[in-house]
Design a protein around this ligand. Structure first.
Ligand SMILES: [Zn+2]
Length: 466
């Protein structure tokens, strides 16, 4: 059976045929680096990491591009609020995103272009659009004329007549309220680049059109992103690139978002869902297992309890691998044999990356392996071990592979630290109970000196790293 994807543009499941035999180009819309990532931001990175790994496992040479949007209204506003340059905000948050991708085992992209490094490419694309009657300049802004492109609205399934006005901040020189800004003229004090239409900065959509073409060519295989980007972002990318004569993406893949209490996760929920914070409470490999475990097109309802349940599932797999390795006398890092992957697992992955079905095959193999261990059937243990290893490797959760291999990764260390801190907090609690406040304070001060902040809450003491 062939690999197939649900393509948002055609609203159908289509066999995947690459433009060039044996090669795949993927462009994934990356972060707008205005704040550090929460769990909702990072799901797309994990989902497309699994897709990329599966394409690689199938023998494709994958070029994976994920951009960084390092200039935008919100980044400028953050810089203003904090009295620091916009690039300070952008660079700090870009590092936080990189940390989050790394800690969750996402392979680094082949290329990771920043928007501000590609202004000449954007100017060239806008010039082409102006020359062909699809773009126009007005009061220092440059707009895309949506009426000039008859397919506008096709991706999101909207008719132009039903569309709302484009939400551009200052529609100074617009001819039609639905036209969107490709370039925004600079206000006093704002960062600006010179163009034939005056100094200004790029709009979000033109960035992706220009960067995708630069690194993947005018026509490429897959464009990905979160479901919330379909309109206006991806609709506008398509309009710019196709109106300029580029073939652009052949397949459009969108991941669903993460919800909390039924609502789309957002920054307003506070810091507790920041990836940096969650990985203090949860082993990163278990968080990845949880995020990758749902189908990428299904909404995922986040709670610490759901992650803990997923963690149990992962530990069943890990426990089997450990016991099997011991029983088979395997020392060191075992080789992964792709041939050992069950056909049913491959079929599930080929079916629009159906990870839930693939995990069902994986857990069935673990059950068979555990039965083989109980029956001392070495040959069956070995074949289950090889099969499980090959499957976890594709999903990026192979405990013998980096980043998990180095002593179980940061998560294992966090677990140990958590246990130690709680042992000390118990002692502190006992000291308080016997009214030995000097001893209780000494424990707290000792933790403080190690950089561990203790907070007393109605449900007990909580700790975090300073
Ligand atoms: Zn984009």
């Amino acid at each position: 059976m062939a690999l197939r994807f649900y393509d948002t543009a055609s609203r159908s499941v289509r066999d995947f045929v690459p433009l060039e035999d044996g090669k795949v180009g993927i462009y994934l819309c990356g972060a707008t680096v205005q704040a550090p990532p929460h769990i909702g931001h990072i799901r797309s990175g994990v989902a497309f990491d699994v897709i990329r790994r599966w394409l690689t496992a199938k023998g494709y040479d994958v070029t994976f591009v994920r951009n960084v949007t390092d200039i935008d209204d919100k980044i400028l506003a953050r810089g203003e609020e904090q009295g620091i340059p916009y690039w300070d905000v952008a660079m700090r948050n870009e590092r936080a995103f990189t940390r989050a991708y790394d800690v969750l085992g996402c392979l680094p992209p082949t290329y990771e272009p920043r928007a501000t490094g590609h202004i000449p490419e954007m100017v060239e694309l806008m010039q082409r659009l102006i020359d062909t009657g699809h773009g126009y300049a007005g009061d220092g802004d440059v707009y895309f004329d949506v009426r000039s492109y008859p397919e506008y609205g096709a991706l999101s399934g909207q008719r132009l007549d039903d569309m709302k006005d484009a939400a551009d901040a200052d529609p100074r020189g617009k001819k039609d309220a639905r036209d969107f800004a490709m370039w925004k003229s600079a206000k006093p004090g704002e960062p600006a680049w010179d163009t034939p239409w005056g100094p200004g900065r790029p709009g979000w959509h033109i960035e992706c059109s220009a960067m995708a073409a630069k690194y993947l060519g005018a026509n490429f295989d897959i464009h990905g992103g979160g479901l919330d980007l379909v309109f206006p972002h991806h609709e506008n990318e398509i309009a710019q690139s196709k109106a300029a004569g580029d073939g652009f993406a052949n397949y459009w893949l969108h991941n669903a978002w993460v919800t909390t209490a039924g609502e789309k996760m957002s920054k307003s929920l506070g810091n507790s869902l920041l990836v940096d914070q969650v990985v203090q409470r949860v082993r990163p490999v278990e968080l990845r297992y949880y995020l990758a475990g749902a189908h990428y097109r299904s909404m995922l309802e986040y709670s610490d309890e759901h992650v803990a349940e997923a963690g149990q599932g992962y530990r069943r797999i890990e426990g089997f691998l450990e016991r099997a390795a011991q029983s088979l006398g395997i020392a060191g890092v075992p080789d992964v044999s792709a041939d050992a992957r069950p056909a049913a697992f491959d079929a599930a992955m080929d079916d629009d990356i159906s990870v839930p079905q693939a995990l069902a095959v994986l857990h069935e193999t673990v059950r068979e392996g555990n039965a083989a261990l109980a029956a001392d059937d070495d040959a069956a243990v070995r074949s289950a071990f090889d099969a499980v290893l090959a499957m976890v490797d594709v999903l990026g959760i192979n405990p013998y592979a980096e980043p998990w291999a180095s002593g179980g990764g940061e998560g294992r260390e966090t677990e140990v630290i958590d246990a130690l801190v709680h042992a000390l907090l118990d002692q502190r609690q006992q000291a308080r109970a016997r009214k030995d406040f000097a001893a209780a304070d000494a424990i707290r001060d000792g933790l403080d000196a190690m950089g561990i902040k203790v907070e007393d809450t109605p449900t007990g003491a909580r700790w975090s790293l300073n």
